[in-house]
Structures are given as C-alpha cells and as structure tokens.
Write a protein that binds this ligand. Structure first.
Ligand code: NAD
Length: 261
C-alpha cells in the first residue's frame, strides 16, 4: 500500500497506460480521480472500481475542463498529491510538407498544452498540500524520428522540455516534475490513430505486438503496468531527490537491436 492516504489525478485513464495506472494506484491504496473524454468507459469504471475511484468527463484540449478536474478532485478527496498528465492520441499522420495548421494546432493542444495546463491547474493545490509529484507522459518519439508522426513527436519532445522547466520552477514548493517515455506499449492508440473499427483493432494490436517484440531488445511489447510501475516510482518517496528528468520504459528500443554476426 505505497500510496495510502494519497490522492492522484490521472488523465486518459479510460484505456491503455492510464488505465494501468488507475489499477496500480487503487491497488496501492490511493484515491484516484480520473478524467477522460471517453465518458462511457469512465462511467462504467465508476460502477466497478469502488469508492476510492472518481471519474469526471474531461477533454484535455479544454483548459476550463482541466481546471474543473483538479478543483473537483480537491473537493471530492480533500487535496491532490500526485498528477499523471497522460491523455493523448496519435493525431494526424501527415508529413511536414502536407500537414495543415489546424491539425498542427490540435496536436499541440492535445499533447503539449494539455500537460502545461495540467501542471498549471494542479500546482496551486499541490502547494497547499506542502508538495507533491507530477508525472507527464512523453515518448521514445521525444528523441528521434521513425516512431511516430511529426506533429505528435514534436509535441512529445516539448513535453520533455516542459517537464524540466516546470521542475526548476516548482522545486521551491517541494513539487517534483518528471516524465516517462514509453516504447511500444500494447494499447488502443495505434488502432485509434489508424481509424480502425473494432474488428480490425485486435488484428492491428496483434500485428503491432509482433513488430514491437521484433525491434525492442526485451523481445515483447510493453504492457500498461510496465509504465504504471515507473509512474509509481516517480510518485513515491523513493524518488524524493529526483526531479526534472525522464525514464525510458521502452524494452531497450532506443538502445537498438543486437546485430547477428
Ligand atoms: P489509449 O488510446 O489506450 O489511451 C488514451 C486515452 O486518452 C484514452 O482513454 C482516450 O479516451 C484518452 N483521450 C484521448 N483524447 C483525449 C482528450 N482530448 N481528452 C481526454 N482524454 C483523451 O493510448 P495509450 O497508449 O494508453 O496512450 C496514453 C499516453 O501514452 C498518450 O499520451 C500517448 O501518446 C502515450 N504513449 C503511448 C505509447 C504506446 O506505445 N502505447 C508510447 C509512447 C507514448
């Protein structure tokens, strides 16, 4: 029960990595307030996960909805200790010589401004609590080409720099800010980005799992709990001297595969 007595706000917890974090933090004794644009799944989770779980519909591209999520989390649970700014989607896949300005703006709003506003509207509450931990979802795409669309990857690189700058500003309030950088994790993000219907989803997930197992030296795709454990580390007292940095949780993807001679 590493997080007994703590409250965490998680965005994008109706699916994938965020859902893995919801499950881990509930198992470890936290109160969890989750915001997601998918209200059907969030509402269904309310009836199955018990009294320590709260859901509020939240579109993270809308600043007022993020503020409301943070304010209501305090109202429902008494205060916020941990924030996991995680919601996201693949966004438009156009190349730099094709993408529209509107698609670019949307991607930045979904993946970068959302994290900035998550920090912005959580920080006053964390200060009142005497400190806390913020964890942001970046990506292997933050570092190099080849793993995601250009707008997505640019936004994810921004998340890393934002993490460092926010850590520098908020350290005086005992608020630590760190990022996790997942490799290929088996979630719905790829099928959603490709616009797959529910029949195609399983096929895409299986195929991507095989690709991931082939390119990640730890020869399997990641699972949401792999990432949730890294989030738990950054959120815990064990990371009390760790801020402004990131953890790659990518099965060695960025190391590269061993050539066979
Ligand atoms: P997922 O599709 O399984 O989950 C994403 C969740 O975010 C969904 O519940 C979705 O409803 C929610 N969401 C989407 N748009 C939203 C919005 N505007 N407002 C609120 N909620 C919204 O995907 P995932 O793989 O779990 O993705 C979670 C995070 O991890 C994303 O930021 C993604 O970019 C990042 N990531 C994923 C991988 C991977 O391999 N799966 C790798 C690196 C980074």
């Amino acid at each position: 029960m590493r997080f007994e007595g703590k409250t965490i706000v998680i965005t994008g917890g109706s699916s994938g990595i965020g859902r893995g974090a919801v499950d881990l933090f509930l198992r470890e004794g936290a109160k969890v307030v989750m915001g997601d644009i998918d209200a059907d799944e969030g509402t269904a989770m309310m009836s199955s996960l018990g009294d320590d779980f709260h859901f509020q519909k939240c579109d993270v591209t809308q600043e007022d909805q993020i503020k409301s999520l943070m304010d209501n989390a305090v109202e429902k649970t008494g205060g916020i200790d941990i924030v996991f700014n995680n919601a996201g989607a693949g966004g438009p896949r156009d190349a730099i010589d094709e993408i529209s300005g509107d698609d670019w703006d949307f991607t930045m709003a979904l993946l970068l401004k959302s994290v900035a506003m998550g920090i912005r509207h959580a920080a006053p509450h964390l200060k009142k609590r005497g400190g806390g931990a913020i964890i942001n979802t970046a990506s292997v795409c933050s570092f190099q080409a080849g793993f995601g669309p250009i707008a997505y990857s640019t936004a994810k690189a921004g998340v890393l720099h934002l993490t460092k700058l926010a850590a520098a500003e908020l350290a005086q309030y005992k608020i630590r800010v760190n990022a996790i950088c997942p490799g290929f994790i088996q979630t719905n993000i790829f099928a959603t980005t490709l616009g797959a219907n529910s029949d195609e989803k399983n096929h895409i997930n299986t195929a991507l799992g095989q690709v991931a197992a082939g390119v990640q030296p730890v020869a399997r795709p990641g699972i949401p709990n792999d990432i949730a454990e890294a989030v738990a580390y950054f959120a815990s007292d064990a990371a009390g001297f760790v801020t402004g940095t990131h953890l790659l949780v990518d099965g060695g993807l960025l190391v590269g595969t061993q050539a066979s001679w």
